[in-house]
Design a protein. Structure first.
Length: 258
């Protein structure tokens, strides 16, 4: 599978949490000066670059916990065991090890199994979803685009690194400059495997033929995304209920080097 390689300097520049919208600047006349078109373009470019970047470089630069010379020891601020998986919270991200074929890989997410298990995954996919590249798409009119960017980044990394599928960034509408040269892909694109990220007041994941719809508002969109990822790895079930066999053992504030 061919992967896109982005220079290290560019990775450092583009893959950061998108800053909140800047305050509206005041023109000399005292009226607000709107820069929404430029801001939207930058955000959408970040989304597209993130989900088409080399998974290896993203992993090394972003998801691998950085060593701080002032705090040489890795501090685990929270941890628990879900089934046979130990989840640890390090540098605001949750991590666990999972067996993928003959490989043992470490995954990094904003939410662990305990945080996402109540979310429902409903519906079923066609077998054709397992073929070809995966298109991650979004509506450029949606709000909370910084959360969409983060969700797209986590999906892209885990699809490439954990599921070994090619990822292609797309748009659901051609309404911004950043979407002009992108494929327009929706759940109606029957010849493609699609993941549609949507900002919504309800939080759930829906399987529908060749399309997966991931919905949530703000941080809830990331939770729904991580639920999908953990389900793909076989860690959590589709149902949004805690089974007796899914008991969670929690230990807080543990430093493994103590």
């Amino acid at each position: 599978m061919k992967k896109t390689t982005i220079p290290k300097k560019e990775i450092e520049e583009i893959y950061v949490e998108v800053e909140p919208d800047e305050p509206k600047e005041k023109a000399e006349s005292g009226k607000p000066k709107h820069n929404s078109d430029l801001r939207n373009t930058i955000i959408f470019l970040i989304v597209i670059l993130v989900i088409t970047a080399s998974a290896y470089l993203i992993y090394l630069k972003i998801f691998l916990p950085l060593k701080n010379p002032k705090t040489p020891e890795t501090v685990v601020t929270d941890n628990y065991t879900y089934k046979n998986y130990e989840f640890k919270k390090i540098n605001s991200l949750w991590t666990t090890d999972v067996q993928v074929g003959s490989r043992l890989i470490t995954i990094w997410l904003h939410n662990g199994a305990r945080e996402v298990w109540p979310i429902e995954i409903i519906g079923y996919l066609n077998t054709s979803f397992d073929e070809g590249p995966v298109y991650i798409t979004f509506d450029p009119r949606d709000e909370n685009r910084e959360q969409i960017a983060l969700a797209a980044g986590e999906l892209g990394l885990n699809i490439v690194n954990g599921i070994d599928r090619e990822v292609i960034g797309a748009c659901a509408r051609n309404e911004t400059e950043a979407c002009i040269d992108r494929l327009i892909v929706t759940c109606d694109s029957e010849d493609k495997s699609v993941i549609y990220l949507q900002n919504a007041n309800t939080t759930w994941v829906q399987f529908e033929n060749n399309c997966i719809i991931v919905r949530g508002n703000g941080p809830e969109l990331l939770k729904a995304t991580d639920k999908l990822i953990l389900y793909w790895y076989g860690i959590v079930p589709k149902e949004g209920k805690l089974l007796n066999s899914d008991a969670v053992q929690v230990t807080r504030g543990t430093n493994p080097k103590q």
